[in-house]
Design a protein around this ligand. Structure first.
Ligand code: S3P
Length: 450
């Protein structure tokens, strides 16, 4: 088990660049694999989750060529040559690791294939509900067998001829929306997903990028099948969910100024900026590219933070940032309330229980509610030894909390950080020990010919 130690932060670096967006990297690899021809993905996130998706697409008959690796981070540029929408039956069950996105989106793709695929994952993935995709995909004509009432992994996805579906999402989930829209590519006619609350729209934006026609009417997203993506190169921006950790570190440090460069600014993901503004931080963003997936720079100026309420329609927009925003709440003056966030209980771990437990170990008063928590901010944080429950965002959120605590904070089971943020420790070093002159992202070491 890897242990990460955090201690009082030394200084906020002037600038940082975070690795590629996880949601976009997964989708880019899947769309490239479904397209005939070669797609070069640049800025790819080589995290364990996204590499599971790449290996899955390889197992399904697509070809992957590594193009560029960054030391300490991994494969950031690759070429995927797809075989069109008709994939090849894999020789073995597919390992989805810790990745809910891999599992749920693949279910949508596999529902339209004329073979059966087995999907499995780690202990955490095997507890996550897959019924939310199994039910609508069954209505389209596929059959997904899983374990127990929640239809957990291991799964058997029996694909087949699909019919289109009109489906109102019972939970606000971009993964479920995406699984149905991907299955819709195989179903002749119009497949529509109605969202109770808007969720991240990367699938829709990548549909456009890969030449898939789709339609948004109010809260309904539709795609017409059959359609096949067109191979087309793509550059992935940095992940705002990874930037979030450093944004909070800077926001809670009076007098600091941090620029995060080339980060995704898709409005369905920038809720953290609004929350930090409400808490009193000064945050500005400037787009350097607005078409496709918008991207640009974020500048954060730190100060004394005030408590806020996070809830309602804003929740899907900040769903992955809630652990670090809870830490921001602990550092703010007043009581911060997170509500309407019951989805946190079915993430990589029960993030409400995990955050409340770890904040309490650091000396913070937290009231846990079924749909969130109330955090009493302003108490002096105490260093502690903290579990991660094999959840990457819990590990990183508490590495940041450790920067504001007395003494040393020990994060146990920190290897899970590789799920979404290879190179996190290098960046943490910049904050704990100051800028030693090394570049924030290590230099490229291998560029094989394409
Ligand atoms: C994701 C959607 C969200 C998010 C996850 C990635 C995606 O999950 O928490 O990290 O890429 O579509 P839900 O769709 O379950 O809310």
């Amino acid at each position: 088990m890897a242990i990460l130690t955090s201690k009082k932060l030394k200084s906020i670096p002037a600038e940082i660049t975070v690795p590629g967006d996880k949601s976009i990297s997964h989708r880019a690899a899947m769309f490239a694999g479904l397209a005939k021809g070669t797609t070069v993905i640049d800025g790819f996130l080589p995290s364990e989750d996204c590499l599971c998706t790449v290996k899955a697409m390889q197992a399904l008959g697509t070809t992957v060529e590594p193009l560029e690796e960054v030391e300490g981070v991994g494969l950031v540029k690759l070429a995927i040559t797809g075989r069109g929408a008709r994939l090849q039956a894999p020789a073995q069950p597919i390992d989805c690791g810790n990745s809910g996105t891999t599992t749920r989106l693949l279910c949508g793709i596999l529902a339209g294939q004329d073979f059966t695929t087995e999907l499995f994952g780690d202990a955490s993935l095997s507890k996550r509900p897959m019924k939310r995709v199994a039910d609508p995909l069954a209505q389209m004509g596929a059959r997904i067998e899983g374990q127990g009432e929640k239809v957990c992994a291991p799964l058997k996805v029996h694909g087949g001829a699909l019919k289109p579906l009109y489906y109102k999402l019972p939970v606000a989930s971009a993964q479920v929306k995406s699984a149905i829209l991907l299955a819709g590519l195989f179903a002749p006619g119009k497949t529509t997903v109605v969202e109770p609350v808007a969720t991240r729209n990367h699938t829709e934006r990548l549909f456009s990028h890969f030449g898939i026609k789709w339609l948004r009417e109010d809260d309904a997203v539709s795609v017409y099948g059959p359609q096949e993506p067109r191979a087309t190169d793509i550059v992935v921006p940095g992940d705002i969910s990874s930037a979030a950790f450093w944004m909070v570190a800077a926001a809670a440090t009076p007098g600091s100024q941090l620029t995060i460069k080339n980060v995704g600014l898709n409005p369905t993901r920038t809720g953290i900026i609004d929350v930090l503004l409400r808490m009193g931080a000064q945050v500005t963003s400037s787009e350097t590219q607005s078409e496709g997936e918008p991207r640009g720079n974020i500048v954060i100026k730190g100060g004394d933070l005030n408590a806020t309420v996070i809830g309602g329609a804003e929740i899907p927009n900040v769903i992955d940032e809630l652990p670090i925003l809870a830490v921001a709440g602990a550092l703010a003056r007043g009581k911060t309330l997170i509500r309407d966030a019951q989805e946190l209980r079915v993430k990589e771990t029960d993030r409400i229980a995990a955050v409340a437990h770890n904040l309490r170990l650091m000396g913070v008063t937290v009231t846990e509610n079924p749909d969130g928590m109330e955090i009493t901010g302003g108490a002096k944080l105490q260093g502690a030894t903290l579990p991660t429950y094999h959840d990457h965002r819990i590990a990183m959120a508490f590495a940041i909390a450790g920067m504001f605590a007395e003494g040393v904070t020990t994060i146990e089971g920190a290897e899970c950080i590789a799920t979404s943020y290879p190179g996190f420790e290098h960046h943490l070093e910049l904050f704990l020990h100051g800028d030693t002159g090394a570049p924030p992202i290590p230099t490229i070491t291998r560029v094989p010919p394409h």
